[in-house]
Design a protein around this ligand. Structure first.
Ligand SMILES: Nc1nc2c(c(=O)[nH]1)N[C@@H](CN(C=O)c1ccc(C(=O)N[C@@H](CCC(=O)O)C(=O)O)cc1)CN2
Ligand SMILES: [Mg+2]
Length: 278
């Protein structure tokens, strides 16, 4: 079975749109982008487009690539104070030289719709999640909507990044899975991944996960957005070879990526609701 993130994201966006239409809410998302990385520009554009589709107002702050950490924090602090702004996201990665942690910590947790602030992180890891990072949050929505219950299953996450691998592991633990996190120092990676009922790859290496790493019947979730040697967009998983042995699998494009954006819209609506005490 193909887990169609594109289709599901459209369904979730339509729900956000109709929820907004039912209320007097005027949700607003602010994006902050530093520098001219084309991928980051694309993702921010996609976020503004999604806002337009669902009726969320969006404002974009663009800062030059040679900005200092303080410049970015000043821009965030203005948005923190603006009562019309309900969600703030700083597009990652930031240019080298900027202190990413400091910038993330400058977003007030109430507007942290990316779920990256340490307070929101701590809540997630304490089993009391509030705003959850959009990629792992979107993956949990895929699993739920396709009625794949992680409870009692063995889940293996490849990658321990702060934005995907770690929160993904926490969400799966909260959903009663038995979770293993693999990373660059893991020995016998294939031995670990082959035990997974649910395998989630977030390592950023084109077609790295082959059939020898996947148990027959596993659910395979591909977070990778890579380009192969011909410049073609592809995931971490060798889709052609793994799809026949998986019971369910996300494609790239059209899997996890669109769900990241849909989850961001959901988080922004939730933030606007709280602001209005709804
Ligand atoms: N502040 C944040 N920065 C980053 C995040 C994030 O959640 N918050 N995640 C990634 C990038 N990202 C969103 O920002 C993102 C990546 C990919 C997609 C997506 O829909 N991809 C499409 C393919 C698009 C293409 O043609 O390249 C797909 O998979 O179908 C959405 C969002 C890092 N930074
Ligand atoms: Mg992401």
């Amino acid at each position: 079975m193909i887990l169609n993130g594109k289709e599901l994201s459209e369904k979730r966006l339509a729900i956000v749109k109709s929820e907004i239409e039912k209320t007097d809410l005027k949700p607003c998302l602010a994006t902050v982008i530093v520098g001219e990385d084309p991928a980051s520009q694309l993702y921010v554009r996609m976020k503004h487009n999604a806002c337009g589709k669902v009726g969320i107002r969006s404002v974009g702050v663009e800062l030059p690539g040679d900005s200092m950490t303080e410049d970015v924090i000043n821009a965030v602090e203005k948005l923190n104070k603006d009562p019309a702004v309900h969600g703030i996201l700083v597009q990652l990665p930031l240019p080298r030289g900027i202190d990413t942690e400091k910038v993330i910590e400058s977003v007030i947790p109430e507007k942290d719709v990316d779920g990256f602030h340490p307070l929101n992180n701590g809540r997630l890891f304490s089993g009391r999640p509030d705003f959850v990072p959009c990629t792992p949050g979107g993956i949990m929505t895929i699993l739920r909507e396709y009625e794949i219950d992680p409870a009692g299953k063995k889940a293996v996450v490849i990658g321990r990044s702060v934005d995907v691998g770690r929160p993904m592991a926490a969400l799966l633990i909260n959903a009663d899975a038995t979770v293993t996190v693999c990373h660059s120092k893991t020995q016998n990676l294939a031995e670990e991944t082959s035990k997974a009922d649910i395998l989630i790859s977030a390592i950023g290496r084109a077609r790295f996960v082959g059939p020898e790493m996947v148990k027959k019947g596993a659910v395979v979730i591909d977070v990778g957005t890579n380009h192969d040697e011909n410049g073609k967009l592809c995931g971490d998983v060798d889709f052609e070879k793994v799809e026949p042995i998986a019971s369910a699998i996300t494609p790239v494009p059209g899997g996890v990526g669109p769900m990241t954006i849909a989850t961001l819209m959901e988080n922004t609506l939730e933030s606007a609701r709280r602001h209005a005490n709804l």
